[in-house]
Structures are given as C-alpha cells and as structure tokens.
Ligand binder design. Structure first.
Ligand SMILES: [Zn+2]
Ligand SMILES: [Zn+2]
Length: 386
C-alpha cells in the first residue's frame, strides 16, 4: 500500500470531513489493475508484444512471466520474431511455439501469485510493407514461417504469413508503424500495399504507443482507417530497467474492455476496437472508450457546506484507478486556491473549492482530461453536473 501526500489545499478542507473520505482499495503502485466499467464489462490490462531469448530478447520466457505478475497484468502475449533469430546458434528451436510453451509452464507452476492469462503470438518481421506485424491468438506459429507448396517447404512471403495467421482467426497489429527506418520524419505515408492489407482484414490493429514511443501519426492512421488502438511494451530487456517503476512509471499496455476474463474475451475486445492504450501515464483511445473509462475511474461528490452562508462549494474528486488523472476545469467555473489544473492521484482523492456557488447551487463542471488523447493534440472533454 502506498500513502500519498495530499495537496495542501485539500488538507484544510479535509479537517472535519474525515469520516466522509471514500475508502478505495489500495494496491501497489506498479500494479496495472483497473476497476470494471459501469456497464459491468471488465477492463483488462494486456501487454500484446514481448520478446525473450527465443528471438532477440535478453531473458528466458520465465522472467517475462515473473515481470507480468509483478505488474499484475491481466494478460501478456509472447511474440517472438519469427524470421529474426540472432540466438539461433545457441538456442535452436525449430518449433516456434517453444517460448510460449515455456511461459505457460512457468505460469502454471505458480511460483509467483498469478492469475495471468497468456496469449500465443508471433511477430512477422518483414520490411515495410507490411513492416513488423504481430499475430495474436494463433494456436500454431509455425505455419506463419514456412508454407508447403506441393512437396516443397518454403519460406512464407509476408502475404502468405498474414493469410496463415488469418486462417487461425489471428488478430494482426502493425507494430511501431512510424519506425524511423521506414519513416525518418515520424510521419506515416501509407502505401497502397499497406492500405490493401487493412481492406482485406489482414491487419486490424496498430500500435500508437510502443515502449517509450508515442506517435501522433500512428494515432491518426488508427482513426482514419478504423484500426484498433494498441499500446505495448515490446520489451526486450527488463521492465524494471526500461521503466521508472519506483517513480510511478509503468510499462506501455492496452486496456481491453471485455465481457469475460479470458483470452477469448480479450480477442473479442480487440476485434471490436474496445481498447485504450496506456503509455507513460497517458490514456490514448477513441472518444467513446475514453469517456467510458473515465466514468469507471473517477467519482465526483459534493461535500456538505461548512457554513450556512458559504458562497463556496467543495467537490471531492476520487480516482480509484492505478494512474493519476490530470484535469483542467474549463468554462465559467473558478476555483479557490487553484488556477484550474487538478491532479487526482491514483487510489486517492482531491478536493476542489468552487467559487461563487452556494452549496444549493448546481455546478456545471466542464473538464478537459489532460492525460488523455482522443486524436492528435486533442484531449477528451467531459461534463459533470453536480
Ligand atoms: Zn518489431
Ligand atoms: Zn517486437
């Protein structure tokens, strides 16, 4: 459990109001667990992109499972490069499902507390187009690498690999699309070839955030081409080295809105574009999903007046999620002791003092959710009438 210091402004108001402070379940700060949505659906944290020594990662697959359980991810995919095998001489493994099998074995052993779901996958690793593409939810990754033409086993073309993944009901994600090697300016110039892969349903998702990179152009492609918004760690080394976990950092993940806590439930969410990417304490998604998520994370509550003649109202804003929420209060409402920027710490609450509103007056709060992005340079906006 972590204890967070409350802003000074809140402290003065909190005195005398202690019994009203909402009790929220506290978890360790690195734990990426989210409360359910108001319609009952679950919000599962999923890392859909990881590597081990079975491609160009630096750890055995068991370590990936330990890390995921430390982060309390709901699900993680094992997605080794199929074609790029720099450790081939030391770790030859003709069966490309091996890393996933080892991860499943470790997860079942349950040495760490675990309810982690594991997703089988692979990274199809080709030049653009299509570039690097993750195929998730596939039972056997081997047919994505080679194909049998009559009696001859040959290396699959990129199109054959994608079709083999689709034949297994795979969900395909265009990884790190604005890779400098392909687009040195960070601006995606979509080729006809890539566009046709979208049209044929051979690529359904796109990483708008990969590890420490977020890219506006990728988000715009997601919106323009109706692709599922994805965030992933693409971890090769160690999570604790790549992210400032002790400083409140977290790996990049995708939140999937699902009806059930299962791999099938996550697959359905991805196919239906019911996702929000979470990157560096920022939430990236479509307007509707962001608003739905916000409703499940943040609560507003009018507090009783301290004096009968008060012309100032107190509103407590609580955040029951694992990541701080940053808000700006817009419109006609002015705050006392605040310029209008409000941080609601994770697993905690803060109190705002609204000027010129007696406790019986209605407050129309117009808010901008500053650490959310529903389009490039555009935050989600919310209204709360209290
Ligand atoms: Zn890649
Ligand atoms: Zn990768």
């Amino acid at each position: 459990m972590i204890v967070r210091s409350l802003p000074l402004l809140s402290l003065t108001v909190l005195i005398g109001l202690a019994p009203l402070v909402a009790k929220v379940e506290a978890t360790e700060s690195r734990e990426l667990r989210f409360p359910p949505l108001s319609d009952g659906r679950l919000v599962l944290s999923v890392d859909p992109h990881t590597h081990s020594v079975f491609s160009d990662g630096h750890v055995w697959p068991t370590v990936r499972v330990w890390e995921a359980n430390k982060d309390r991810l709901d699900a993680m995919a094992i997605t080794e490069h199929l074609e790029y095998q720099p450790n081939r001489d030391d770790i030859p493994h003709p069966d490309r499902n091996r890393a996933f099998e080892l991860a499943v074995k470790e997860n079942k052993r349950g040495r760490e507390r675990t309810d982690l779901l594991l997703i089988s996958g692979a990274e199809i690793t080709r030049k653009y187009a299509p570039g690097h593409v993750n195929a998730l939810f596939i039972e056997d990754t081997n047919p994505l690498l080679t194909v049998k033409h009559r009696r001859e086993e040959t290396f699959a073309t990129a199109l054959e690999a994608l079709k083999a993944a689709k034949a297994q009901q795979g969900f395909m994600i265009w990884n790190h699309p604005a890779w400098p090697r392909d687009f040195p300016d960070g601006v995606i110039n979509l080729s006809q070839e890539q566009q046709s892969l979208f049209d044929e349903g051979l690529i359904q998702g796109i990483e708008v955030a990969n590890g420490e990179y977020f890219n506006d152009s990728s988000l715009q492609v997601a919106l323009d081409h109706d692709l599922t918004i994805i965030g992933s760690s693409d971890i090769h080394g160690l999570i604790d080295y790549d992210y400032d976990i002790n400083g409140g950092g977290h790996r990049t993940v995708t939140l999937a809105f699902t009806n059930e806590r299962s791999v099938e439930g996550i697959a359905t969410a991805l196919f239906q574009k019911q996702t929000v990417a979470v990157y560096n304490r920022q939430f990236i998604g479509r307007e509707n999903e962001l608003k739905t998520l916000f409703d499940s994370l943040v609560r507003f509550e009018r507090l009783p007046a301290r004096r009968n003649d008060s012309q100032q109202s107190a509103v407590r804003i609580s955040n029951i999620g694992p990541i701080d929420i940053e808000l700006e209060v817009l419109g006609d409402v002015s705050l006392n002791k605040s310029a209008g920027y409000v941080t609601v710490p994770s697993q905690s609450s803060t109190i705002i003092l609204v000027l010129d509103h007696a406790p019986s007056d209605e407050i129309d709060l117009q808010l901008e959710w500053l650490n959310s992005w529903q389009a490039p340079k555009t935050h989600a906006r919310l209204v709360r009438t209290l």
